[in-house]
Design a binder for this molecule. Structure first.
Ligand code: MN
Length: 721
């Protein structure tokens, strides 16, 4: 039962050419002025290049290019395409270079051969992904010239019908590729007979037994009919001709894969499938199509609701025909397609048909041309069908560009995408850390626009982050969004950190939530962000804080926002008040400081020290002493015994052998300071000791700073001696 071989499965209405003269004969029928000599030279060139190479089947390799070229001639394609069929495997499989081909057969053929070669590579690469739709698109995109696809489909068709010599697992891979990629492509291009042949050959490869069973059932069903299909076709033809319609009626059995699909989709048994036969009536002219439809409906009863008028409303790929389903006298369902010769040629050969047919004088009727034109977005009117097809750059059909990662993974991006877009498409972090790009193993700028088939390697550096200028380099919304988000997040984090520091400067204790509410913020984080961004000023924060916290705790002054005033030098333990100094924070004053007394009490905010800390505060101690040898040494010695470092010293010589001294010392607080003052008072020769905490800046200004003091001390020492 499974004795069928691939030749039996191949049901198309063509035979494979085995000699170059068969190809030339086919071409001569539609292009009598073609350069037949060039076809012969291409054949000789290919035969020499492949030499004694054999196919897996043991036959000479050259039978494959001959068959492919024969199919292309059957599709009535131009000589360049037919020649490409002969040469299509030379660059891939022999020593021949593209330059050789260009030298002998011109740039156009060389480009076509190059396209077919590249397409084979794309097939291999793309095995990594399962996205068939993308694969179909990448093939369209890489093909560029639509003729490349015709050659590839013919190539694939012949390879599929000679699959028998491949190991089954490899044959099944090929079959998968056909079902997911090439058959839908053929369909899209309107090459239905190639689509059907590819599907049947693939189905046969995958499930030989089911295929053979279905084929047997189908053939038995046809054999059981009262009239043979040929008799039925004759009946139809004679009826039509009696009514004066020139018609040509042919029939075919429905191809096995379509029966299989129907059974699967509708969960039927074979007995429930009635339409195993399809008839095609080709008449002259559009009007005759409708006449023929009427006559067929007189002859057979039509199945209600099964008339489709693809002449009035062509399919999106330009297909035109009338379809009807009728019951023959046995009750067998027959599908009948009625079309004009021109429609038929186009239906058979899809886009390839444009090669032969001149554009009709009434261009607006040529729907499929419009379809192509729209897809290809052609701006100019081509002068000939040939020029038209050449100008159909297939990659214009596609709004995407297809590229590969270093590991061969397929990515699709918008057409204008750059290398940086690709990095973001791989992963957001790869985008952020992108510092370099290699495209097809060469260094390239991040802004490099991607081309189909590019292989891209992104060089990353974890230290790297995006820059604002990247927003100009990327074209995809995704990448732009990611970069913006990065900056937004970073800015936000910076703002929060800054705002947090500002709040810490006011209070170590967390601020109560009503402060953020008072400032119109929904949360403490939002308050921090607004502080950090400067949308809420420190002054605003302070006054809000003052209203809600009274008095404020001052827990150490390290924070820049709180600082002791340099006029009165308050230390922990002192009664203090503070006022806002713009851009600095709170300046803290001793409450009896001249400055405090000079300004109205409203401008002052109460503060409280929060116990003693390890921090030291500079404060001033004012002394009057007698000019006495060693007095400065005695004083500084006494202070250092009390752990008080002298920060600064000023002095002034008064009359009567009296020296006025001002020490700036670091103390822990009020108690520490009191101890120091007590000790100083007990030193012999010290007249008065008091704190310099009243903000009497005038007195201070009269005193000499420390470098003068050294000299004065020297003088004092001399005098006392
Ligand atoms: Mn091939």
């Amino acid at each position: 039962m499974t004795q069928l071989n691939y030749q039996d499965v191949f049901q198309a209405n063509v035979t494979y050419a085995t000699r170059v003269y068969e190809i030339i004969d086919r071409v001569r029928k539609y292009a009598p002025d073609a350069d037949f000599d060039l076809i012969k030279r291409a054949y000789v060139f290919a035969a020499q290049a492949h030499g004694p190479q054999k196919r897996k089947s043991g036959e000479l390799f050259i039978i494959h290019p001959l068959a492919v070229a024969g199919l292309l001639a059957e599709m009535q394609l131009d000589v360049e395409t037919v020649i490409t069929g002969l040469l299509h495997d030379t660059v891939e499989d022999t020593d021949v270079s593209l330059a050789d081909i260009e030298h002998h057969f011109g740039a156009s053929v060389a480009n076509l051969v190059d396209g077919v070669t590249k397409l084979s590579h794309a097939g291999i690469e793309s095995k990594q992904t399962k996205e068939a739709e993308n694969l179909r698109k990448i093939i369209l995109a890489i093909s560029k010239d639509i003729r490349v696809l015709f050659v590839k489909l013919a190539d694939r068709l012949h390879n599929m019908s000679t699959l028998g010599s491949l190991p089954l697992h490899r044959a099944k891979l090929k079959a998968d590729e056909c079902l997911t990629i090439y058959a839908p492509l053929a369909n899209r291009l309107g090459l239905y007979w190639i689509k059907q042949a590819l599907q049947d050959l693939s189905f046969f490869t995958h499930d030989r037994e089911t295929f053979c069973t279905l084929k047997r059932l189908r053939d038995e069903a046809i054999a059981a009919l009262k009239y043979t299909p040929t008799e039925m076709a004759d009946i139809m033809q004679s009826i039509l001709e009696k009514r004066g319609l020139k018609a040509h009626v042919t029939w075919r059995a429905k191809h096995v894969f379509s029966l299989h699909q129907k059974i699967q989709a509708k969960n039927l048994t074979f007995d429930q499938v009635h339409d195993v036969l399809a008839f095609r009536i080709v008449v002259v002219g559009r009007a005759a199509c409708y006449q023929a439809l009427g006559l067929i409906h007189e002859l057979y009863q039509n199945k209600i609701g099964h008339i489709k008028d693809y002449i009035g409303t062509p399919k999106s790929n330009g297909y035109q025909s009338l379809h009807t389903s009728v019951y023959d006298h046995d009750g067998c369902l027959l599908e009948v397609q009625i079309r004009s010769e021109e429609m038929n040629h186009r239906a058979e050969n899809g886009l390839a048909a444009h090669w032969l047919y001149k554009e009709s004088p009434n261009k607006t009727n040529d729907q499929s041309m419009d379809w192509l034109r729209n897809l290809a977005d052609l701006s100019r009117e081509p002068s000939s069908p040939k020029e038209f097809l050449e100008s159909v750059q297939l990659d214009l059909f596609i709004q995407e560009v297809f590229v590969f990662s270093r590991d061969g993974e397929l990515f699709s991006l918008p057409r204008n995408a750059t290398a940086l877009d690709f990095a973001y498409a791989v992963h957001t972090d790869i985008g952020h850390q992108c510092m370099g790009v290699r495209i097809n193993r060469k260094n390239a700028p991040l802004s490099q626009r991607l081309r189909n088939g590019d292989r891209i390697e992104i060089i990353t550096n974890p230290e790297q982050g995006p820059s604002y200028s990247w927003l100009k380099l990327v074209k995809t919304p995704r990448a732009r969004h990611r970069i913006r988000q990065f900056f937004k997040k970073q800015n936000q984090q910076d703002s929060i950190a800054l705002g947090h520091r500002m709040i810490l400067n006011i209070s170590h204790a967390p601020l109560p939530d009503n402060i953020s509410t008072a400032l119109g913020c929904s949360s403490m984080d939002q308050l921090k962000i607004k502080l950090g961004r400067g949308e809420i000023s420190l002054d605003q924060l302070y006054s809000a804080v003052c209203k809600h916290l009274h008095p404020l705790n001052v827990s150490g002054l390290k924070q820049r926002m709180l600082y002791p005033a340099s006029c009165c030098h308050p230390v922990p333990g002192d009664t203090i008040v503070g006022k806002i100094v713009t851009n600095r924070g709170f300046e803290l004053h001793y409450y009896r400081c001249k400055q405090v007394l000079a300004q109205s009490s409203e401008s002052w905010q109460g503060f409280e020290w929060e116990g003693e800390t390890a921090e030291l505060y500079t404060t001033g101690i004012e002394l009057t002493t007698q000019n006495k040898r060693g007095m400065l040494a005695t004083l500084s010695n006494a202070m250092s015994k009390q752990d008080a470092d002298i920060e600064d010293l000023r002095m002034q010589q008064l009359s009567g052998g009296i020296t006025h001294l001002l020490f700036f010392v670091d103390v822990k607080g009020r108690d520490h300071l009191a101890d120091i003052i007590r000790v100083l008072r007990n030193i012999d020769g010290v007249n008065t000791v008091k704190r310099d905490n009243h903000g009497d800046v005038q007195t201070r200004k009269k005193m000499k700073p420390i470098h003068h003091v050294i000299e004065s001390v020297m003088e004092m020492t001399k005098k006392t001696n």
